[in-house]
Design a protein around this ligand. Structure first.
Ligand code: SF4
Ligand code: SF4
Length: 358
């Protein structure tokens, strides 16, 4: 499950942290900067990396949808879910480092497929994490009352990705016959939130093959979803209701998409002296304990050059600020990109920041 535009807004929080440190994002000249070498000072650590916020815990790589616009259909990895022990190990270390925000969104799969998600949510809350978020296709919200686990554990931000509220569109774009489950799940989630007086922000994003204005006039939206929006139980994130989708490192082609949906036309140009903001600032613990710097895109496999360690072999802190990761930042800054990044339309230039050698 991906939520590109919404993730951008999440990352603005990260940008503000950057501004507090000794380098800034945005219109800096294309050169490597010198950073405060004091680990964790102002959120900036060695190799110019902040502690990722959010830190992703991608709890599995299994999806119950088959979206036409998603690289999941080409994923060749062995499938599995994150054990509680793996989660606990990574989470405890993140919290100990001062981490404040975890996100259970997976880049290949849906977090609600994880039958152990409820236990992980409860543990994280009991340990005092400040913020929790996730994105889901919503198919399993009602399964074993998972919607209650999200509200009871005060998930701050829940994004539900849909192709709008039309049965045929669901089959056409998400390519599974699960429309009724999604509609029921969203209704139960919203009603339960209201009944508990919970503050969880529930946002609907849409991947559309028709204009959003048309999707918002469809009968099920008007009769089932709009009343929940009007009550303030959920909202539609219009900035993430899109007809143009990413290319998944060149895997998704224009001809794969239904009429009315298209690829983002222009590949962002890689800027000399810049890495990608995901490499510089992001981080994800994968189901098997791998730590990958991008939780947004992959080319066929997530076990690629963006994996910089495994929490079963080294402490998370050592991995997030390892020489291996510094080397990845350096090589991408020089224009030597892993295959996943080469044709990635999700690239966002980030000035590279390094500490001087001692
Ligand atoms: S629900 Fe998410 S992970 Fe699953 S196929 Fe669709 S976009 Fe991909
Ligand atoms: S270029 Fe794309 S795949 Fe590479 S780190 Fe950035 S977002 Fe991820």
């Amino acid at each position: 499950m991906k939520f590109s535009n919404l993730l951008d807004s999440l990352k603005q929080t990260g940008s503000r942290l950057v501004e507090r440190g000794s380098f800034s994002s945005g219109s800096e000249p294309a050169e490597t900067k010198t950073c405060d070498p004091d680990p964790f000072a102002g959120g900036i650590t060695i190799h110019g990396r902040m502690l990722p916020s959010p830190m992703f815990f991608a709890v599995g790589n299994i999806c119950n949808a088959n979206c036409v616009f998603c690289g999941y259909q080409y994923n060749v990895d062995k499938k599995g879910m994150m054990s509680f022990d793996t989660f606990q190990k990574g989470f405890d270390q993140y919290l100990e480092m001062g981490g404040d925000w975890i996100d259970f969104t997976t880049e290949s799969g849906d977090p609600l497929v994880d039958v152990g998600l409820r236990r992980k949510l409860t543990y994280a809350r009991e340990c005092g994490i400040k913020k929790i978020s996730l994105a889901t296709n919503g198919i399993l919200l009602s399964y074993k009352d998972q919607y209650k686990a999200l509200i009871d554990n005060e998930v701050d931000w829940i994004v539900i990705s849909t192709p709008g509220f039309d049965r045929d569109a669901y089959k056409r774009i998400y390519r599974v016959n699960k429309y009724d489950e999604v509609l029921e799940g969203i209704t139960q989630l919203a009603d339960y939130k209201q009944s508990r007086g919970a503050k969880s922000d529930i946002a609907i994003s849409m991947r559309l093959d028709r204009p959003v204005e048309a999707a918002l006039c469809e009968p099920d939206y008007v009769s089932r979803i709009k009343p929940l929006v009007d009550q303030g139980a959920i909202r539609v994130e219009l900035s993430d209701c899109i007809e143009s989708v990413h290319n998944w490192s060149g895997q998704i082609l224009e001809e794969d998409l239904p009429k009315g949906m298209s690829l983002i036309q222009e590949l962002p140009e890689k800027i000399a002296g810049h890495t990608c903001s995901n490499i510089q600032h992001s981080g994800a613990v994968m189901a098997n304990g791998d730590v990958r710097v991008c939780n947004c895109r992959y080319y066929k496999t997530e076990r690629d050059e963006l994996v910089v360690g495994n929490i079963h072999n080294a402490p998370l802190k050592d991995i997030l600020y390892s020489q291996e990761l510094a080397d990845l930042i350096d090589r991408t800054t020089r224009g030597d990109w892993p295959r996943t990044c080469v044709d990635c339309s999700f690239y966002q230039a980030s000035p590279t920041c390094r500490v001087p050698p001692n």
